[in-house]
Design a protein around this ligand. Structure first.
Ligand code: GLN
Length: 444
């Protein structure tokens, strides 16, 4: 094999660069599991925002760095030889211990860092590894719609089939502001989607893009369905440190009744410590569930970015004695107020989020010029892609079209919405607010 690649390499070298460029590149058939993927919304709108110099309230990343304690720990870790090498595939002991210390009170149980915690390459890979660990060809996974877009390919790439159940907003949401708590799941509808092939229910709280924090009654109703049909609950709680008053506590399904035994909870260092590019996430759950996600993960990434694990551990350790999360929430609360106000002033109704950092705005009153020319690629997407494109290019503020969070047949449900992220510094939010004021003349 080695000799063959050397031969290939030397024969290539004999070709002049001009003869190389005349060769048609070979065409290979992609695997069915990826062949039909559309371009994802993030790689359309993040570059568009950059090209057009729009203020990017689209993709949910911060324009500020991690807290000093976390940044300093990352720098120190890079200076330590050992912290630059492979970690234990379960995660570095320091991080698993810090997670146990931070999360045990949250789950009302003493978490075992050896068996009940798995450090993952971001929350996304935590979910991928869980699907890989539990789905067989044709296994069905219940997903609430709207859903965070990555769930679907993560399920299908592992042979699973997503089955959708809607979260519905009340009808007055088109004319007045509502709380994200008013988006509701109908438990009978959830029941009706279960078949003998159903393996798992995916929950997301605080919810992206709605901001809904499921209350204990709602969680119990979902948990009971899971119990009745013996399903796994995979709960994406990456925004767990960001929930707003009047909520004083973040309800976790794994901490209620007997649901711990069937639940895997996903968390995120990126969201909690403004480090979305570090890809440090985790899974928390009982040993009998974690172990197959761990088995799959070991064969995908083997282990996770070592120095950044040390740094997230330092952040969690600091949070035990310092009000890091409380201060962060207070900052986000102000940001939510700042961005909400411009939509109030413009008379655009929105869902006020109980958690996370997105505002879902109803755009039906905005009229962009009828003859506005959109790139072809947008004609194959939901109508909200056009609205968000126009907002980005002409108003100078980028938002995400939420039809990306619906299956294709349901794209029309999202046509009048745009998702704005407020995980930005105040000066940037102020500029965005100024630009958004220019919408006034386009509003009916
Ligand atoms: N979770 C972030 C969002 O919803 C980023 C998603 C991503 O880039 N894959 O904006």
């Amino acid at each position: 094999m080695f000799r063959r690649s050397i031969l290939l390499y030397s024969s290539c070298r004999r070709l002049s660069s001009s003869s190389l460029s005349r060769m048609t590149p070979p065409r290979f058939t992609p695997a069915q599991r990826v062949a039909k993927f559309d371009q994802d919304v993030w790689s359309i709108f993040t570059p568009l925002a950059a090209e057009t110099k729009a203020i990017n309230l689209g993709q949910g990343f911060m324009n500020f760095g991690p807290p000093a304690v976390v940044q300093n720990a990352a720098k120190e870790a890079i200076e330590r030889v050992e912290a630059n090498q492979y970690s234990h595939p379960k995660g570095r002991p320091r991080l698993r211990n810090a997670l146990a210390a931070s999360y045990s009170p949250e789950f009302n149980r003493q978490l075992d860092p050896e068996t009940e915690i798995l450090v993952t390459a971001g929350a996304n890979e935590a979910m991928f590894a869980t699907f890989a660990g539990y789905l067989d060809e044709g296994s069905e996974v219940i997903v609430m719609e709207p859903f965070f877009d990555q769930y679907i390919p993560n399920i299908t790439m592992n042979g699973g089939k997503p089955v959708y159940v809607p979260l519905r907003a009340p009808s007055h949401a088109t004319t007045q502001n509502i709380s994200s708590s008013e988006w509701r799941l109908d438990t009978d509808e959830l029941q009706s989607k279960i078949t003998p092939r159903t393996k798992m229910i995916v929950l997301n709280t605080p919810h992206n893009p709605i901001g809904k924090v499921f209350d204990e009654d709602e969680l119990r109703a979902i948990g009971k369905v899971a119990e009745q049909h013996d399903l796994i609950i995979l709960t994406d709680e990456v925004y767990d440190r960001l929930y707003y008053p009047p909520l004083t506590k973040f309800p976790r399904i794994a901490a209620l009744d007997e649901f711990w035994n069937r639940t895997l909870t996903v968390g995120s260092g990126g969201k909690s410590f403004a480090s979305t590019g570090w890809r440090i996430g985790w899974l928390i759950g009982p040993e009998h569930l974690i172990k197959y996600a761990f088995a799959a993960q070991t064969r995908v990434v083997f282990c996770v970015n070592s120095p950044c694990q040390e740094a997230i551990a330092a952040g969690l350790e600091a949070s035990l004695t310092q009000p890091l999360f409380k201060d962060q929430t207070a900052n986000y609360l102000q940001k939510r107020a700042k961005l909400s106000k411009v939509f109030d002033d413009l008379g655009l109704p929105y869902t006020s989020p109980q958690g996370a950092y997105y505002i879902l705005v109803n755009t039906s009153k905005i009229r962009y010029p009828a003859d506005y020319v959109f790139p072809d690629i947008l004609h194959q997407r939901g109508d909200d892609f056009k609205m968000c494109y126009w907002l980005t290019k002409e108003i100078g503020v980028c938002a995400i079209p939420p039809s990306e969070f619906y299956m294709k047949d349901h794209w029309p449900l999202a046509k009048d919405f745009a998702r704005f992220a407020f995980c930005k510094t105040d000066d940037v939010l102020d500029q965005a607010v100024d630009r958004l004021k220019a919408l006034k003349k386009y509003i009916l």
